[in-house]
Design a protein around this ligand. Structure first.
Ligand SMILES: Cc1cc2nc3c(=O)[nH]c(=O)nc-3n(C[C@H](O)[C@H](O)[C@H](O)COP(=O)(O)OP(=O)(O)OC[C@H]3O[C@@H](n4cnc5c(N)ncnc54)[C@H](O)[C@@H]3O)c2cc1C
Length: 290
């Protein structure tokens, strides 16, 4: 474990990048966690014509400008997926598959899971459902697992699991060339319908039939945020925030799509700046108490 950051920002979309930029301008130490490209979602937008001052711009170009502007102010960019956040005394511990980090405040800017949850996913989380092969793969040594992936990142996770599990069935929920995947991995073009089990997971139900498995790894751009930070209060499936973007957990703030509609860049950027200002006020109070 190294530096204790002032602010850790989870997600490098418009909300997270704006928060990181303002945090750095206010001279705070900022860790920015982004495990994929900066907002793959926005990069897919063909043409954006509702962001003030930048008419008719491609999503990929806008994200490039957002990222370059933010990174010029040198937040510490950590290209890892945040799997769990543990609250502690006046600080938080953040776990990724590759490391452990500490921070005084957290800003959640994870966007929303673009796909709905699989039936049974929530109930079986930690009892056969997992979101990170590197973190949880060892629990499935010599067992049968399925990997449901919504992006090509899942291919690496399946490769890793094929080294330790008895069998790996890969269910890609995207179009792509899979010919490079290891022959030991069984590829099944099927839609997951439900996770079931008497006790822990024993079955993944798909539209092509049932699979007998001990574990189901589900890999999306954004995981349900309440699983990353247990105890976080939601309202209608999104993070419940106050006007200053604080959440029910002191020291945790949220911004962007993860707090609800409208799902727009301008709203994400605006909330990012409010969240970071509130985080800075919280830090000032924390410092006064010490
Ligand atoms: C096709 C399309 C077209 C759109 N067009 C428009 C438009 O024209 N105008 C408009 O205003 N809006 C548009 N939007 C909506 C806009 O893209 C979103 O409102 C905006 O991107 C939200 O920003 P955000 O920062 O909240 O979340 P996101 O952009 O979703 O970014 C979240 C980031 O967090 C990262 N992340 C998630 N979980 C973790 C984790 N555990 N650890 C590390 N990183 C994590 C993700 O990889 C992602 O990069 C469009 C969306 C789509 C899909």
């Amino acid at each position: 474990m190294g530096e204790l950051f002032d602010i850790a920002i989870i997600g490098g979309g418009p909300a997270g990048l704006e928060a990181a930029l303002t945090g750095r301008i206010r001279n705070k130490s900022v860790a920015l966690f982004e495990h994929l490209e900066f907002s793959r979602k926005l990069q897919k937008a063909h043409l954006i014509d509702n962001y003030l001052g930048l008419p008719q711009i491609k999503g990929a170009e806008l994200m490039k400008q957002f990222a370059a502007h933010c990174l010029a102010h040198e937040p510490i960019l950590i290209k890892e997926k945040v799997v769990t956040i543990f609250p502690g005394e006046g600080m938080f511990t953040i776990l990724t598959p590759a490391g452990t980090y500490e921070t005084k405040t957290v800003i959640l800017a994870t966007g929303v899971a673009a796909t709905s949850l699989i039936n049974g996913e929530k109930e079986f989380l930690g009892r056969g459902v997992a979101y990170c092969a590197t973190c949880d793969g060892m629990f499935y040594r010599d067992k049968d697992v399925a990997v449901v992936s919504y992006s090509p990142e899942g291919e690496h996770e399946a490769d890793f699991l094929s080294e330790i599990c008895r069998s790996v069935t890969y269910l890609p929920q995207y179009k792509g060339d899979l010919s490079h995947m290891r022959p030991a991995i069984h590829i099944l073009q099927a839609k997951p319908r439900a996770v079931k089990g008497a006790g822990p997971v024993d079955t993944l139900v798909t539209d092509q039939g049932d699979l007998s498995v001990h574990g189901v790894f589900i890999l999306r751009q954004s995981d349900p945020v309440e699983n990353v930070l247990p105890g976080l209060e939601l309202a209608n499936e999104v993070i419940k925030v106050n006007r200053d973007m604080s959440t029910n957990i002191p020291g945790v703030f949220a911004a962007g799509d993860c707090t609800g509609k409208p799902w727009q860049i301008a709203k994400a950027v605006g909330e990012g700046v409010v969240a970071v200002h509130t985080a800075i006020s919280y830090l000032d109070n924390l410092n006064k108490q010490q």
